[in-house]
Design a protein around this ligand. Structure first.
Ligand SMILES: Nc1ncnc2c1ncn2[C@@H]1O[C@H](COP(=O)(O)OP(=O)(O)OP(=O)(O)O)[C@@H](O)[C@H]1O
Ligand SMILES: [Mg+2]
Length: 658
């Protein structure tokens, strides 16, 4: 992977140490000619002048460093001498018969010393520009690039003075178990955060070491069409292709991508920008019922609600009520499957309590106020996230247990209400965790990419369930193979422990105000300036093996950009109910004849149609139309329940407003 230096090129500089600016084990200074190819971020090597000595005497030391600052000087002691010399006229200063001596002095931070022990100040040696092999040594990449089981994941090209060297991350430190997670920050539009993660995912898929097993990614699309076209090829220029080649990554779109999007509130049109007829096939509806919501009901309670009583009541509902026969204590028996059934139970409870002359305000040890609160929260989610939370049929979810190797699962929540987003996020990540713990997800590791992570784990604000969950992944995910790739504009506004646990930290172009915050004190002023003016496509990377941050360049992702995607594949307009139903049935079975469907559903209740459609989708029958027709059944649909009913009807489909 690494090209070796055949013959040593001439040195470009020499280490200097003075009493004021001595060389230390961690920093040194060197001078170069005025014209030099190096600059801030360049990697250099220092070779000690051995004078014929040998290694045993501590001679022959090689030091690798990265340039962190630069100075230019002349022999003038004070600016006054120059002013006087030119008689106060700047135009005449250039005419002076003798050009002043000018030097370039650089400061470099030590990346590595060979031998590592004893650790000594940097010797006064010759300075060379690093080669590929030197870069590998300097960044300690030799430890994971060679051997029987190499673990390098290309992240970009280190570029300086005409030299380009691939930089690799260690899979054990990017994807666990030694360390894990990646966080990228930088200003909007210029930092290329989303693009960098797209490229890195492609690189991870191609270079994930085979001994580590299978890997998949779950990406949350939180902004417009950003991640909606990961399976479509984008345009790359010559430079990009060359970089792909140099990094050993194939410039191609992701081959296996599944999209999941909830419905809009009509329950039949998908709530995503990927609805172009040519692409919509890869989009599965994301629909959850009462059971799925109740399992993560804590998400719906905000901090003010942190209330053991509400928690206890929710547990009671999910353990004792949902999905089983339940006696309400007022003479009614319920079988709660949907939100509507639950609402009926709530009504029965309130009526029962009021009917008792208002003497009691508790039911089964739960206070009426707690019951009301939980009811409000649950009805709130079913209204606010209507297309996600359904009352009309079975849920449709990610393929838990059947995740495929090198597949990307995009969950599109860009147009979902924030409360719904939290719910999706909490449930998907908790499920991933649960399956990975049991080792039956279908893959051994999952990268979860959360763009705009600051929305979910801000530094301040309440300790929400989602925030706690993110903390949990960042602290424990690496043992499970659950890896978080997060992106946000301002790292300083993020929860400290969430970003602090990221083993690999990447910066794109940064805002200068952000750089002035305390988190960046370790960077030299010159490095900060470089970060504030970083060109598009360049990143600064911190990784556990690199003692100093390193600048790299990465190629454009090989996938279609979101906004180009919506130009090339304009989203289909929302269809009227009947047409949307037809479209979904045709998606299941191309032989379905639209007119027959329309005739069949002409005067049916929408809930019944949605339910039959959802069940057909779930069954994936050979003949979708016949199945759908059978499910829709007679005009008045009634699923008989073998239960004594006190509050009719106990049919999962309700007439009553919720
Ligand atoms: N390696 C690259 N080289 C050159 N241009 C690039 C590269 N990667 C991305 N770009 C371009 O930079 C622009 C911004 O990229 P991107 O959308 O990834 O930024 P972002 O940091 O995620 O922005 P936002 O904060 O708005 O989400 C895109 O138009 C993209 O085409
Ligand atoms: Mg982005």
């Amino acid at each position: 992977m690494i090209e070796r230096r055949d013959s040593a090129p001439p040195p470009i500089g020499r280490v200097v140490a003075t009493e004021q600016k001595p060389a230390t084990p961690h920093q040194f200074h060197f001078w170069t000619a005025k014209e030099t190819s190096i600059g801030i971020g360049a990697i250099v090597t220092v070779e000690e002048d051995t004078g014929g000595g040998s290694d045993e005497q501590g001679l022959g030391r090689v030091v690798y460093g990265v340039v962190t600052d630069g100075f230019a000087y002349s022999d003038l002691v004070t600016p006054l001498h120059d002013v006087v010399g030119a008689e106060g006229d700047p135009a005449r200063a250039a005419e002076s018969p003798t050009a002043r001596q000018e030097i370039r002095l650089w400061t470099a931070a030590v990346l590595r010393q060979r031998p590592e022990e004893p650790l000594q100040p940097v010797p006064l040696g010759r300075v060379h520009v690093a080669t590929d092999a030197d870069v590998a040594q300097a960044l300690r990449m030799d430890a994971y690039l060679g051997g029987a089981e190499p673990r390098g994941i290309p992240v970009g090209l280190y570029t300086s003075g005409g030299l380009e060297a691939p930089v690799y991350l260690d899979a054990d430190f990017l994807l666990g178990p030694e360390a894990a997670h990646l966080n990228i920050s930088g200003v909007s539009g210029l930092a290329t955060k989303t693009s960098a993660v797209e490229f890195l995912l492609a690189s991870v898929f191609e270079h994930f070491p085979s001994h580590k097993g299978r890997i998949a990614a779950v990406c949350f699309n939180v902004k417009g069409p950003d991640l909606c076209f990961l399976d479509q090829a984008g345009t790359l220029d010559e430079q990009d292709l060359r970089r792909y080649d140099r990094l050993g990554v194939e410039p191609k779109a992701f081959e296996r991508v599944r999209y999941y999007a909830p419905f809009k509130s009509d329950g039949v049109n998908l709530n995503t920008l990927r609805t172009h007829p040519d692409l919509v096939r890869a989009v599965e509806p994301l629909v959850w019922g009462l059971r799925e919501v109740l399992d993560y009901a804590e998400v719906l309670l905000n901090r003010d609600d942190i209330d053991a009583k509400a928690d206890a009541f929710i547990d009671f509902l999910s353990d004792r009520v949902v999905g089983r026969e339940f006696d309400d204590g007022f003479g009614g028996t319920h079988r709660v499957v949907t939100f509507a059934d639950l609402e009926r139970l709530f009504r029965a409870i309130f009526d029962g309590l009021e009917g008792g002359g208002g003497r009691s305000d508790t039911w089964r040890t739960h206070h009426i106020a707690t019951i009301r609160k939980v009811r409000n929260r649950l009805s709130n989610i079913s209204t606010r996230a209507k297309g996600l939370v359904t009352d009309d049929g079975p849920s449709s979810d990610l393929p838990w247990g059947g995740f495929e190797d090198r597949a990307v699962y995009v969950v599109d929540v860009a147009n979902v209400d924030p409360l719904g987003q939290d719910l999706v996020f909490a449930r998907v990540v908790s499920k991933l965790r649960e399956y990975l713990e049991r080792r039956d997800l279908g893959v051994d590791a999952v990268v979860v990419f959360v763009d705009e992570l600051n929305k979910y784990a801000p530094a301040d604000g309440p300790d929400t369930y989602v925030k706690k969950m993110l903390l949990d992944i960042s602290e424990r995910g690496r043992y499970l193979g659950l890896v978080l790739f997060g992106a946000e504009q301002f790292r300083s506004q993020m929860h400290r422990r969430v970003v602090g646990n990221a083993g690999t930290i990447v910066f794109g172009r940064m805002d200068s105000d952000e750089l002035a915050t305390p988190g960046y004190q370790v960077l030299s002023p010159a490095t900060k300036i470089k970060l504030a003016t970083l060109p598009i496509g360049e990143l600064m990377v911190r990784h556990p093996h690199f003692t100093q941050p390193i600048f790299v360049r990465f190629p454009r992702p090989a996938v279609l950009r979101g906004r180009d995607g919506v130009d090339r594949f304009p989203p289909a307009a929302d269809l009227p109910f009947e047409d949307a139903v037809v479209r979904q049935l045709v998606k299941l079975d191309v032989r379905v004849r639209p007119n027959l469907v329309k005739d069949l559903i002409a005067d049916r209740r929408e809930e019944d149609v949605r339910r039959a459609l959802a069940l057909t989708r779930q069954a994936r029958p050979h003949d979708a139309f016949a199945h759908f027709k059978k499910l829709l059944g007679a005009r008045v649909s009634a699923a008989p329940m073998p239960v004594r009913e006190s509050v009719p009807p106990l049919n999962p489909i309700s007439d009553e407003p919720y």
